[in-house]
Ligand binder design. Sequence first.
Ligand SMILES: *[C@@H]1O[C@H](CO)[C@@H](O)[C@H](O)[C@H]1NC(C)=O
Length: 304
Amino acid sequence: MTILVLIALSFSAAIAQGKSKFLGNVIGGSVPANFGNYWNQVTPENGGKWGSVQNSQNSFNWGEADVAYNWAKSNGAIFKYHTLVWGSQEPGWIGSLSNDAKKTAVTAWINAIKAHFSSIDLIDVVNEALHAPASYREALGGSGSTGWDWIVWAFTQARSAFPSAKLLINEYGIINDSNEARQYLEIINILKSRNLIDGIGIQCHQFNVNSLSAASAKSVLDQLGAAGLPIYSSEFDANGNSEADQATIYQRIFPPIWEHSSVKGVTLWGYITGTTWKDGTGIVEQNGNERQAMTWLKQYIASH
Ligand SMILES: *[C@@H]1O[C@H](CO)[C@@H](O)[C@H](O)[C@H]1NC(C)=O
């Protein structure tokens, strides 16, 4: 009897259960039935974005973020909040406010998250500072003396609101580009010298990894690793011309990320075919059949 229960438990455990790094995924409007069979970290896919939560200034809609948070907390998974300050999917009303009112609104937004969620593990404080900086950044201090004062302001607010969360920055176009990585490190080092940042998020979407070599990925990870902070591959996905091609990309790019000593976790951006942000990035079919990339991923993590 005990043996049967143990077999059932180990069969449904997350892929990276018991490993020193997490392997997570996003949750949208509802939790897929097989989510717990694979993942031990959760990011709300869209439900934590400012424009989604506070579409009108006087009301907060936490419904979708709560689905992800509640699943994480009831299943012992790590929860990441995504995201506080970002230039995409902002609420429409922010643009017409005065700078003072913008700053007050961002402060209220951060405090509302703090009031709603009692235990956030990781937070993407500023998303896409290089590629999609917040439209309201002047209101938060603009470039200022550091060149990135608005980001310093955001992390200072976040540190004070969430003293026990790990504060991350998040960006795309880094894993495939050492010049972008160098610019990203300038911001990271400004935050690090003020003890405001706990980790580096690199998204690793299909448009950055599909044709990337393992050597280039490793080289950028080494470059970022020199900052001495944990690295999180935060929005990983890959697609190819066929199921086998997708599996080949996973086999080439996933190991240099997972095996890098600075990398502490990988979050995939969706996994069920037909429901992912980028077409063809699913690794499990809607009927539950696992594609080759998933078959490979499970055995790879089990043996690393
Ligand atoms: C990296 O990917 C971005 C797209 O996010 C692309 O614009 C850029 O040219 C790529 N960099 C290199 C060095 O290939």
